[in-house]
Design a protein around this ligand. Structure first.
Ligand code: ADP
Ligand code: ADP
Length: 232
């Protein structure tokens, strides 16, 4: 069961002689219920891979699928629908709306999609993330770790088929970061959530089931069941 795939993925930025080949022939399968980490040096194409897999950005050539749908060739509107209905995003900069409460931020994707909040699932996510007494707070009234947990709750509350996370623990102190990564792992183990995470941090990557290593836009290595010691 594949949640997302890419075949021959190439991404070239720019035109003329000032081009950058950010992805150079990527073949990757993202399995359902797996926690995949993408690692590699700065500039190796991690963010580009995440964004093209998630349908936030288009490949120059090659194909990609999300939930059995080929997104290459779809219209912008169709890709937006897939993103809205089937994908969750967690970014390093939490991207919360300052004028909305934590609760309003969390339910925003459902409100935009015109979907109802599954209150049992909402309570479960909020309980595990320890946000129960913070729901009426504005983002500015929350710590960095709490803001990131709100961003994670927002990504999960619609039960998306895949969550894409770009350095989700990058702005957190090590304790908040570890709590967040434990929660992501728990979501995979106990709820079958599929997660693809970009990180340059070996400790963060060690929470995953599989690490894909990028170099110069190509996959150069893969590690199953990583541990921090083996990644370092
Ligand atoms: P990473 O996430 O591993 O740091 P990126 O995917 O951000 O790598 O970038 C891969 C390469 O593509 C880098 O050389 C980067 O400078 C280049 N790049 C990324 N985004 C753009 C863009 N919008 N325009 C031009 N070049 C870009
Ligand atoms: P850019 O090339 O500047 O990243 P994009 O159109 O790919 O432009 O996206 C801009 C930003 O908007 C993304 O980096 C992301 O932070 C946010 N974004 C886009 N689509 C979504 C979405 N469906 N859910 C949440 N955030 C999104």
């Amino acid at each position: 069961e594949l949640a997302a795939t890419m075949r021959g993925g190439v991404k070239i930025y720019g035109k003329g002689h000032a081009t950058v080949r950010a992805l150079d022939g990527i073949d990757v399968d993202i399995r359902r219920g797996e926690f995949t980490a993408i690692m590699g040096p700065s500039g190796s194409g991690k963010s580009t891979l995440l964004h093209t897999l998630a349908g936030l950005d288009r490949l120059t050539s090659g194909t990609s699928t999300i939930a059995e749908q080929t997104i290459t060739g779809l219209s912008e509107a169709a890709i937006t629908d897939i993103r809205r209905d089937r994908i969750g995003f967690v970014f390093q900069a939490f991207n919360l709306i300052p004028s909305l409460t934590a609760r309003e931020n969390i339910t925003l994707p459902l409100d935009i999609a015109g979907r109802k909040v599954d209150s049992a699932w909402f309570d479960e996510v909020i309980g595990i993330l320890g946000l129960g007494d913070r729901l009426t707070h504005l983002p500015a009234e929350l710590s960095g770790g709490q803001q990131q947990r709100v961003a994670v709750a927002r990504a999960l509350v619609a039960r998306p088929e895949i969550v894409f996370a770009d350095e989700p623990s990058g702005n957190l102190d090590s304790r908040s970061g570890a709590e967040l990564l434990s929660f992501l792992r728990h979501a995979v183990r106990d709820f079958g959530q599929t997660i693809v995470m970009v990180t340059h941090d070996p400790v963060a990557a060690s929470y995953s089931d599989r690490i894909v290593f990028l170099e110069d836009g190509a996959i150069v290595d893969e590690m199953l069941e990583p541990t921090a010691e083996r990644v370092f």
